[in-house]
Design a protein around this ligand. Sequence first.
Ligand SMILES: C[S@@+](CC[C@H](N)C(=O)[O-])C[C@H]1O[C@@H](n2cnc3c(N)ncnc32)[C@H](O)[C@@H]1O
Length: 264
Amino acid sequence: MKQQALAAKRFGAAAQAYLTSSTHATGVDLERLTELARGLGQPVALDLGSGPGHAAYALAQGGALVTASDLSAEMLAVVAQEAERRGLASLQTRQGAAERLPFPEASFDLVVTRYSAHHWVYVPAALREVRRVLKPGGTLVIVDAVAPEAPVADTLLQTLELLRDPSHVRHYRLTEWAALLEAAGFAAPKSDVWTLPLEFASWVARMETSELRAKAVRDVLAKAAEEARRHFQVQPDGSFVLDVVWLETTPSTDETSADETSAD
Ligand SMILES: C[S@@+](CC[C@H](N)C(=O)[O-])C[C@H]1O[C@@H](n2cnc3c(N)ncnc32)[C@H](O)[C@@H]1O
């Protein structure tokens, strides 16, 4: 199965679990998104890889006219139902892939993507698409787990994630994000990093990880190098903490910096 089909299948089955997940439904970043939207004065916004729509609701609360977009039709059905329940009439949904966005150029004042980019099959193509659909002077916010710069901890993180969820592609390091954004024609991003605790049992249950794979995750965690275990503050039950980043940038005015390499 191809990566996008794999991600759509895994997340389609997990749509309700992601709606009620406190890891996803709460966070200082959601309040910050509401403030950002409010400060922009009714921006036209895209929540890319919306999942069950937590970022979209935060943006709508700040007055944005929001489109929630995702690979998974099941996720978008949850968003439509929940938006109606919350009385958020300014929110609409549109199915699509980050790498080939179904929107004309210069459609949005603000593009936000939260906890999704690590599933994208080819981030350079997706970032070029984001740049295409953003208006000149528009804003891009990426919120996602970030890989440690130390290879010993980076490798552990990618291993855990892939065992837990076969649709995991890669958590990028901050230095990788800076290079990816520059190559896609964005200015150097402002970044804030914080830690997100992950409770092991609910983390694997959310993705319906099989017992065999969950056992492998516990084993990899238990036997990992001390430096990596310390980085992730691994607990006896397998719970650990992730570094999460808020990256905020705008299209660069220097047209020559956009990398034309294609994934096709
Ligand atoms: C962890 S969930 C998103 C969580 C949500 N954004 C939030 O704030 O809680 C990741 C979402 O990314 C979507 N996704 C994965 N790959 C994608 C792609 N290439 N294009 C668009 N959406 C994608 C998945 O279908 C899934 O719904």
